[in-house]
Design a protein around this ligand. Sequence first.
Ligand SMILES: [Zn+2]
Length: 171
Amino acid sequence: MSACALCSSDGELSEFAVVPKEEVVALCDVCHPQVSGDAELDENHWRCLNDSMWSETPAVQVLAWRMLNKLSATDWAGGLLDMLYLEDNLRQWAEYQEVVAPTHVDSLGIELNPGDSVVLIKDLDVKGGGFTAKRGTAVKGIRLVENNHEHIEGRVSGQKIVILTKFVKKQ
Ligand SMILES: [Zn+2]
């Protein structure tokens, strides 16, 4: 591999994995950050897809399809996309999107991890507990509630309670 799989540049190449498969292609330092989403798309640069979309390498076809799809608002890219026929299995590969699991974050958007300590930022009536957890109360060793990224569990006054993440601040 001595040239960029998408634009044929022989600039500095690095490997890019076309997830979810483990196939990698070599991309130049112009293509790579734009493909990975770390740099804004330079529409003119992607005219190179006009050639590389006809590659016989499935991973390159898939990448070309993805990039054309991102640029499909432009006439030329939309036209190329119409011409780029992918077999069903390649089409599925191309359409794959990584699902980013929602994370537990505190009121400021800071990620919470199991075992963290948090402070309540408002008085909370504890349902069924018959008491109010006061603002400023520290809750140590929290547990994250699976399947609900707005809920954590912690002990206040010796009772295990569920707390909304938007009412806590990480310490
Ligand atoms: Zn390139």
